[in-house]
Design a protein around this ligand. Structure first.
Ligand code: DQA
Length: 146
């Protein structure tokens, strides 16, 4: 089983960026958590972060035939990007959405998730642990489908 972990804009600034919302652990800590989870679960993974919408779209398109599923935190593009939604729909790989913060309790403009409409499940407000939950959920989902 091979999984793509995709992170959107500003997530490279984890630890520095609004720590009261996103915590004090940095992107390297997130990478370590994801790597450790995948190693324990026997999952191969690649983790990509980009601040550019088009790169995220390209990466989703290129996932077809290479990955069994996607864990995605589209960050701010969650709330704006029909292109990312369409890319997820186009490749039709099972995708799980993650948000570090609880977006349901934040500003009105964060209440819409375009990407989430192509995802089988969303984890939010769990901090970095949400990524672990998303990976475990995706593994279970893919195993059931087989
Ligand atoms: C986020 C929530 C988004 O609203 C925000 O734009 C982010 C991070 C989260 O992980 O909580 O950049 O996706």
């Amino acid at each position: 089983m091979t999984v793509l972990i995709l992170n959107g804009p500003n997530l490279n600034l984890l630890g520095v960026r609004e720590p009261e919302l996103y915590g004090r652990q940095d992107y390297a800590a997130l990478t370590a958590l994801v790597e450790e989870t995948c190693r324990t679960e026997g999952i191969e993974m690649e983790m990509v972060q980009s601040n550019h919408e088009g790169v995220l779209v390209d990466t989703i398109q290129q996932a077809l035939g290479r990955f069994d599923g996607i864990v995605i935190n589209p960050a701010a593009y969650t709330h704006t990007s029909v292109a990312i939604l369409d890319a997820l729909k186009a490749v039709a790989l099972p995708a799980v959405e993650v948000h570090i913060s609880d977006v349901s309790q934040r500003e009105a403009f964060r209440q819409i998730s375009y990407a989430g409409q192509a995802c089988v499940k969303t984890f939010m407000g769990l901090g970095l642990e949400g990524y672990r939950q998303a990976i475990l959920y995706l593994k279970e989902y893919l195993n059931e489908k087989r």
